[in-house]
Ligand binder design. Structure first.
Ligand code: UDX
Length: 458
């Protein structure tokens, strides 16, 4: 579409967290490739350090750089305090941002917002008279589970340990999102995730970072009830399609990646010999658990690249890296997509955040799953039993701990065991299907085209 002809201007509001901002940026990038103009609203310039690369996306910062320190005794409390501040800045600034563009050639008619901020819809539709598009950065299966709670077909607290929903595999209680079977110290989060149902009922568009063939049955179940559209995977396309290597990747890093060190080190390793280990941007594992993972990695005899954020570093056993020598590399943050697409990586040990999950599927990498909380247990269930691209480490019966033997054994099985080639072949098949979905004429590409066409008629 010719940009001079297209006058669609979308105001995009991602949740300003790593796992939400990245997929929103990828979606925005796809929309700009169809001629849509984007203004993206985020917290501070500190959260987008490489903004220069986003030539076609204008960024508006609504928090003061000098005032980003928030209170909280741990990472989760700090995230909650930061989001509270961000939400209040969005509600204070939204009307102004729309107003500023009102007299231009490209007035904003639609706001694209993260589905975990459904309250934005009320301002957009009710006060500003605009349209709202909700963007879900989680699996369709997870939204369907929240919808079953909303409909009363799943009672919380749970009444049974085995759950059977139409269009889903049989789930045990610990395959559900963690706040459904164990609210833990954050009871409010279940209410937050359930509030996203408002989007399903009222939003003008419902866009999911998934693709039809990946979640076929549950997509059908949702589509029979709500006008959802899958538009994923929202991963930078040049990694799934090497012909697009000159494209820009638009990845945001909240932590500085050790790119050169990682890629140079991977270059020295044999094809398929490295276990890549990461638990995402938020998970906080106990010290004993980190030590069991460290010993399991060491005993697996595989090469490993392990992302350990600075706040977690003190939990690694002393002398661990000197023992590992050239077999291991620990970094604070890495360019994950580049790492997953490197030939040396043989499997991904992951907490199963949705982005990590869909990135591994899109790049054909088998997984060792170790879900920690939120939607991760459900993602793990699908990785193991539906997509059949990974194996889950099991916690010991006495407690929550995953032992070093379990880590070692599961890594060995995924890397070299009886199931290894089946897992790899399945992963490669999903990679092909992911590429097909976003290529011209694929299901996700068609849905984006339909979305853009419907915007033109507003
Ligand atoms: C959070 C939740 O934990 C997750 O369950 C939910 O689905 C989305 O929000 P997070 O824990 O950070 O996200 O995990 P994930 O969804 O996997 O997102 C992490 C992102 O950071 C991925 O896009 C990944 O590519 C990127 N990443 C991670 C890096 O670029 N470098 C790293 O070293 C680690």
């Amino acid at each position: 579409m010719d940009e001079t002809v297209c006058r669609i201007h979308v105001l995009a509001i991602p949740l300003p967290l790593q796992g939400h901002l990245n997929p929103m940026l990828q979606l925005c990038k796809r929309l700009t490739s169809k001629g849509v103009r984007i203004t993206l609203v985020t917290g501070t310039s500190a959260s987008i350090s490489e903004q220069n690369q986003f030539e076609s996306i204008k960024i508006e910062y609504i928090l003061d750089d000098d005032n980003i320190e928030v209170e909280g005794s741990n990472a989760s409390e700090k995230v909650a305090a930061f989001l509270k501040r961000f939400n209040s800045a969005v509600s204070d600034n939204l009307a102004r941002l729309v107003e500023e563009k009102a007299s231009s050639d490209h007035p904003v008619k639609i706001v694209l917002y993260d589905s975990l901020m459904p309250w934005i819809l009320e301002i957009v539709q009710g006060q500003l008279g605009l349209k709202g598009a909700a963007f879900f950065t989680q699996a369709c299966a997870v939204s369907a589970i929240y919808n079953h709670i909303r409909r009363g077909t799943l009672k919380v607290p749970l009444e049974t340990s085995t759950i059977l929903f139409p269009s889903m595999p049989q789930l045990e209680s610990n395959d559900l999102p963690s706040f459904v079977y164990n609210p833990g110290p954050y009871p409010g989060i279940l209410d937050l995730v359930l509030s996203e149902n408002i989007n399903l009922e009222k939003s003008d568009w419902l866009l999911f970072n998934s693709f039809d063939k990946l979640e076929n049955e549950v997509v059908t179940w949702l589509t029979e009830r709500y006008p959802i559209k899958t538009i994923g995977p929202c991963t930078p396309s040049m990694y799934t399609d090497k012909r697009l290597k000159d494209d820009k990747d638009y990845t945001i890093n909240f932590f500085a990646p050790d790119s050169e060190a990682c890629l140079k080190w991977l270059d020295t390793k044999e094809t398929g010999s490295v276990v890549y280990v990461s638990f995402g941007s938020v998970s906080d594992l106990g010290e004993n658990q980190m030590q069991e993972i460290a010993c399991g990695l060491m005993n697996s005899n595989c090469n490993f690249l392990w992302v350990v954020r600075p706040s977690e570093e003190s939990k690694i056993p002393r002398d661990f890296m000197s023992e590992a020598q050239e077999r291991g590399l620990i970094v604070n943050w890495c360019p994950q997509i580049k790492v997953l697409s490197h030939r040396a990586v043989g499997c991904f040990m992951s907490h199963c955040g949705w982005n990590s999950t869909i990135e591994a599927l899109s790049l054909g990498v088998p997984m060792v799953t170790m879900p920690v909380w939120v939607d991760q247990p459900t993602n793990s269930k699908y990785i193991v039993d539906v997509w059949k691209v990974g194996l889950r480490v099991k916690a010991s019966e006495e407690g929550e701990m995953v032992t070093r033997e379990e880590v070692e054994g599961t890594i060995r099985e995924v890397m070299h065991g009886e199931k290894a080639s089946e897992l790899r072949n399945n992963a490669l098949r999903w990679k092909e299907l992911a590429k097909e979905a976003i290529s011209e004429g694929g299901s996700s590409d068609k849905h984006i085209e339909e979305f853009v066409s419907s915007l033109e008629s507003i």
